[in-house]
Design a protein around this ligand. Structure first.
Ligand code: SF4
Length: 258
């Protein structure tokens, strides 16, 4: 496999170690806490967690990282269209851990321009417009925020959907300059996540109790029924089968860094 997009690590003392770990696939055998402990030692304070506050995985990671080092950073993308329940959870987590949460906003001018030309709810009109909205409100703000770190942690799990089946626990993310992307829960099941949540009595988004397995933007998420695909409530009016907003490119297709 060819080396791609490692510019962000070019001058970093840990670059060779990270590349060696990826090449030898060593981290796949590590547990979640082991990965996070290594990440804190290696990258903190240029390490952050990407949490949506709309799925339990982010809460598990925040809790684990807080035990390792309470000064670790967390960010959430505020698209301006989140559910009130999600905003409530952000403040509950802030209170529980005594932690500042980096709430990351889109560029006002980009949102204004999009809304003025295409309408407030243009995402219902076509997949192209939906992706444009996600690009402006999620993808670009995340890229700008991650320009300030060397590594970030996500709650991606392989069994969430087919698009995430190839998720590696340690990879480089070519979409953000080749920084380190960690998915410590990649091999966890949904049941294991819920077991951790229950054992540690973590706060959760209250919409999970109302049929929302994952909670995204308010106009683009709805409750699902018994037996539905867990992502069926996201962009439910689309039929192309890819229920992603562009934050997590398919690593196999796009190149995971090596
Ligand atoms: Fe826009 Fe919907 Fe994407 Fe949110 S989920 S950024 S409202 S298209």
């Amino acid at each position: 496999m060819a080396l791609v997009a490692i510019d962000a690590l070019a001058e970093k003392p840990f670059r060779d170690e990270v590349l060696d770990l990826i090449r030898r696939d060593v981290v796949e055998g590590w547990g979640a806490e082991e990965i996070l402990t290594w990440a804190v030692q290696k990258f903190h304070p240029r390490l952050t967690i990407s949490a949506s506050f709309g799925a339990p995985e982010g809460l598990v990671l925040i809790d684990m990282l807080h035990q390792i080092d309470p000064t670790t950073r967390v960010f959430v993308l505020d698209t301006g269209r989140l559910h009130p329940a999600t905003y409530d959870l952000i403040d509950r987590v802030r209170d529980r851990y005594g932690k500042s949460i980096d709430v990351v906003f889109p560029e006002a001018a980009e949102v204004q321009d999009f809304v003025r030309k295409q309408g407030v709810n243009a995402f219902y009109e076509s997949i192209e417009q939906r992706k444009q909205c996600c690009q402006i409100r999620k993808v670009l703000p995340m890229r700008r925020h991650l320009a300030d770190v060397d590594a970030y942690v996500t709650g991606l799990r392989r069994d969430q959907n087919a698009n995430r089946a190839g998720t590696r626990k340690l990879a480089l993310d070519p979409s953000v300059g080749g920084i380190v992307k960690l998915a410590p829960l990649a091999d966890w099941s949904h049941e294991r996540v819920l077991e951790y949540v229950g054992r540690h009595q973590l706060p959760l988004n209250r919409l999970h109790r109302e049929g929302y397995p994952s909670v995204g933007c308010e106009p683009c998420t709805r409750a699902i029924g018994p037996g539905d695909d867990p992502r069926a409530g996201r962009w439910w009016w689309e039929n192309d089968g890819v229920k992603e907003c562009g934050l997590h490119v398919n690593d196999e297709a796009e190149g995971s860094g090596i």
